[in-house]
Unconditional design. Structure first.
Length: 164
């Protein structure tokens, strides 16, 4: 005959083992989620120096002969949006400062905050050229020499060069 007590204890033991395995799986999944968040945060901080070095090489070897500006498409919007909007690509007003952002792989990357919208637009241009090369949408036109000067300045000082 069945011993009900032994059957009950063995089912409790196997239930306890299952719960332990589930807890371990939950801990593993949580640790994976935390580590993937860390990786995502690192990828949000993108480095354009390697791309600028490649671009510098292409300019020096006459593979790129011009950097021309693109006009920004006009959008109708509310008065609130118009106060925050800039006439430049990738630039918007954030409180009293201007900020530059660029879309990379379908996500916005923060470039920085600037005193005026022209500085933010120049910073956007450098990052845009670094990410997209000669197909970049730019706010201003540049000769290869001007762009090379801006690239050299960024590589040396790790900041964008603004006009005097």
């Amino acid at each position: 005959m069945f011993d009900m007590k032994n059957l009950y204890e063995s089912s409790q033991a196997s239930l306890s083992e299952k719960e332990t395995r589930l807890e371990k799986n939950v801990e593993i999944n949580i640790s994976k989620a935390v580590s993937s968040k860390k990786k995502k945060n690192k990828s949000e901080q993108f480095d354009i120096k390697p791309k600028l070095l490649n671009l510098r090489f292409r300019i020096l070897n006459n593979h790129i002969t011009e950097f021309s500006c693109t006009t920004k498409k006009a959008r109708s919007s509310t008065k609130e949006d118009l106060r925050r909007r800039s006439k430049y690509i990738g630039v918007s007003k954030n409180n009293s400062n201007w900020q530059a952002l660029i879309n990379v792989n379908h996500s916005k990357k923060y470039i920085g905050t600037f005193a005026n919208e022209v500085q933010a637009a120049r910073a956007f241009d450098l990052y845009s050229v670094a990410m997209r090369g000669d197909k970049a949408s730019l706010n201003f036109s540049y000769t290869p020499e001007e762009m090379l000067e801006r690239i050299e300045y960024f590589l040396e000082h790790s900041c964008v060069k603004f006009d005097s």
